[in-house]
Design a protein around this ligand. Structure first.
Ligand SMILES: [Zn+2]
Ligand SMILES: [Zn+2]
Length: 255
């Protein structure tokens, strides 16, 4: 396409390189379907997805080198098979390249127009060639979706399976259901040797009968009316802006 003398060849090449970039980012997410948030999946943009991917697994876009080791004879030497290397683009590079390619897919700005059409076309050709070089490297990688992880699983109230890597949970990151978005707290139960999950709660005290009410925080997303479990009185939840003092962090630090 780049070799063509067709006037819009460079733009078409930018568009196709951008599609390829998006497809690879999306492909990467397929390995994490149970682990990424519903918001990221619904609001699919490469930027949001790559950010979510790196939150879920900081190593998601790093190259991997896979070797299997085993000891056929318990007293014998360790034997290893090298399965190869997996090369993946970095999320930062993908984001930058996606933006750069997009820049050539709209009418030139006044500044770009002043540079002249030939200059702009040459710049877009250079950029797309840079993108294709990296995309070829990723596609030529013998290992594409290898992942070494220790998944901890639980079932959401909505029935969907939630899974997160042990490192993710131990880092105290937010565990949310990929299907409904319900957010969970979790803790390790020493006696049962397993993790316990429970949905984040929202609580309020009835202003009439003073009963303490509690509900899934997730339910507040779909309603703005709550009902007291004791007296049945209904209340509307409203938000109002409040003033919060800005505390300079330096004032609190011990100098
Ligand atoms: Zn759910
Ligand atoms: Zn009440």
């Amino acid at each position: 396409m780049l070799a063509s003398s067709e006037p819009f060849a460079a733009e078409y090449a930018c568009l196709h390189a951008r599609f390829a970039l998006e497809a690879l980012a999306y492909d990467r997410v397929q390995d994490y379907l149970l682990e990424v948030s519903a918001d990221a999946m619904n609001g699919w943009t490469p930027k949001a997805v790559l950010r979510e991917l790196l939150y879920t697994d900081p190593e998601a876009c790093s190259p991997v080198n896979v070797t299997i080791g085993w000891r056929p004879d318990p007293d014998g030497p360790l034997r290893e098979i090298h399965l190869g290397e997996g090369y993946r683009f970095s999320a930062r590079w993908a984001n930058k390249m996606h933006n750069a390619l997009s820049n050539f897919l709209h009418e030139p700005t006044i500044k770009q127009a002043a540079e002249g059409e030939a200059d702009r076309r040459q710049k877009s050709r250079d950029k797309v060639e840079e993108a294709l070089l990296e995309l070829d490297r990723v596609l030529a990688s013998p290992l594409s979706s290898f992942r070494a992880h220790r998944l901890v699983k639980t079932q959401c109230k909505c029935g969907s399976l939630i899974a997160r890597d042990l490192d993710f949970i131990e880092a105290g990151k937010i565990v949310a259901c990929s299907a409904c978005g319900r957010v969970y707290n979790c803790r390790y139960d020493e006696a049962q040797h397993r993790f316990e999950f429970w949905p984040q709660q929202a609580s309020w005290t009835c202003i009439d009968c003073k009963t303490f009410n509690s509900m899934d925080a997730h339910e507040l997303k779909s309603t703005s009316v709550v009902e007291c479990s004791c007296c049945g009185e209904k209340f509307k939840i409203e938000t109002k802006p409040i003033l919060r003092r800005i505390v300079d962090e330096d004032d609190n630090s011990d100098k």
